[in-house]
Write a protein that binds this ligand. Structure first.
Ligand SMILES: Cc1cc2nc3c(=O)[nH]c(=O)nc-3n(C[C@H](O)[C@H](O)[C@H](O)COP(=O)(O)OP(=O)(O)OC[C@H]3O[C@@H](n4cnc5c(N)ncnc54)[C@H](O)[C@@H]3O)c2cc1C
Length: 435
């Protein structure tokens, strides 16, 4: 292969993944990132007051993130992951009771069924219905439930209110960052299959021991540059001119490029609609896309009173607590109400809620706090946007679209971004080897 030029727009996980694959294939890669930092919605920074490196929001990964794991091995970051030996989550209810979801032995899938029978937030009847639904998953086709919300589907599958609140809701909100009335059942079913129908490894929860930038962006940049690629930050792509079905010119905030053969767009849909403002199909999908916020409250502690590495909170405005020893991170998904409030209101509400669930924690134990509001953290995988994204036709010969919104049956996650970035690179390599 001679060195054909590829331009990648966007230095989030999708763009960086594409760049790593394309540089491996011997293409001449230049990536433009508008922000001064790489990583997009997955990044970390130094908290000046404590000196700790904190994430813009705690990211949970799972054993079923197969492509993310491959990418991290490629860029030399795999060792920074902490992978559970077996699925184990401690859920806490408002009365401070702990409920364990723990798939103890290695005899899959019996251990999963057993973990549900031992999960004491549900009655025996509810447990049987939950296990039944997991068994039924094997025969449910996503295409058959395209128009159902998660809530409608769970009702149809005879899950009662308590099973929804104390089991399904926390699972759905954690994986989809959406309320069960908003998200599509098809995406939820696809995720459940990936997490629970693919062996023990897939069910394990994975956290990063390093900050997100040290896990993804920094080693990916090093990987690309060591192989001769260019990664340019603080350079926004302003427009892409298209003639017939090919792009001709790319205008950035610093230059005009007209000698590239291929283009990968790895930006969110709202950004792509601005760059390619004459494309009506992107505009149409954009009009159906809704976004969901995530609120992260980091609290530095005088004394750490939490035993577990993380907890799920049932029926709470806090969904997860992550224990980083000197500080904790409290995560609220689909935090529509909370993100609109002032920092003072938020910290008061969060602390009062935390003390209800963990009476060992009191306000006096707080040294300082840092609130991070990500208002457009993820898109909502609703039925309407799936239909349009399913019919998204790539009208271009040399433009390839990546990003966490491009896989219709997957939610907005790191794994989806990695898959989309790898697929865009493979389409280019295929085209290239046929030309
Ligand atoms: C608080 C929070 C918590 C999350 N939790 C989880 C989790 O637990 N597990 C999980 O798997 N996922 C989680 N996610 C989702 C995950 O971070 C995203 O799905 C993923 O990072 C998206 O990557 P991407 O590359 O598709 O898009 P992005 O990260 O949005 O990257 C796009 C990049 O393009 C750049 N860009 C935009 N316009 C231009 C332009 N004109 N020119 C040049 N560059 C441009 C942007 O600056 C950005 O860097 C979370 C997200 C947030 C915000």
């Amino acid at each position: 292969m001679n060195n054909k030029r590829v331009i990648i727009i966007g230095g989030g996980i999708a763009g960086l993944t594409s760049a790593c694959h394309l540089i491996d294939a011997g293409l001449d890669v230049t990536l433009f990132e508008a922000a001064p930092k790489l990583g997009g919605r997955s990044y970390s920074f130094k908290h000046e007051k404590s000196g700790d490196i904190i994430d813009n929001g705690q990211h949970i990964m799972m054993g079923c993130y197969e492509e993310t794991i491959k990418l991290l091995k490629k860029i030399g970051s795999f060792d920074k992951l902490s992978i559970q030996n077996e699925l184990r989550v401690v859920f806490v209810s408002r009365d401070s009771q702990e409920h364990y979801l723990h798939a103890k032995s290695s005899h899959y899938p019996l251990n999963l069924a057993k973990s549900i029978f031992n999960y004491n937030a549900l009655t025996l009847k509810e447990k049987i219905r939950v296990v039944d639904l997991f068994v039924d998953l094997m025969t449910i086709e996503e295409e058959d439930i395209l128009d159902l919300s998660v809530e409608d589907w769970l009702k149809k599958e005879h899950q009662n209110e308590n099973a929804m609140k104390d089991f399904w809701e926390i699972l759905a909100i954690g994986t989809l960052n959406s309320r069960i009335k908003d998200a599509s059942a098809a995406v939820f079913v696809n995720i459940l299959k990936r997490m629970f129908l693919d062996g023990n490894e897939a069910t394990k929860i994975i956290l990063s021991e390093a900050g997100l930038s040290d896990l993804f962006a920094i080693p990916a940049k090093r990987y690309i540059e060591e192989k001769g690629g260019n990664v340019l930050t603080s350079e926004r792509v302003l427009s892409v001119s298209v003639n017939n079905s090919s792009f001709e010119r790319i205008v950035t905030s610093k230059r005009v490029i007209s000698d590239a053969e291929f283009l990968v767009s790895a930006v969110p849909l709202y950004a792509l609609s601005r760059i390619m403002d004459n494309n009506n199909s992107f505009k149409k999908i954009h009009s159906t896309m809704q976004y969901s916020p995530i609120l992260s409250v980091n609290i530095w502690l005088k004394a750490n009173v939490f035993k577990e590495k993380f907890y799920g909170l049932l029926n709470s405005k806090i969904h997860w607590l992550f224990n980083h020893k000197s500080y904790i991170t409290l995560v609220t998904s689909a935090a529509f109400n909370l993100v609109e409030k002032s920092e003072n209101q938020i910290i008061n509400e969060i602390i009062s809620e935390l003390s209800d669930y963990f009476p060992v924690f009191s306000h006096d134990n707080m040294l300082s706090y840092k609130i991070i509001k990500e208002k457009r953290a993820t898109f909502i995988p609703n039925s309407e946007s799936i239909m349009l994204r399913l019919n998204m036709i790539n009208e271009y010969d040399n433009i390839f679209i990546a990003g966490d919104w491009t896989e219709p049956f997957l939610p907005s996650t790191i794994e989806t971004a990695v898959i989309s970035g790898r697929k865009a690179a493979e389409r280019i390599m295929e085209k290239y080897s046929n030309s």
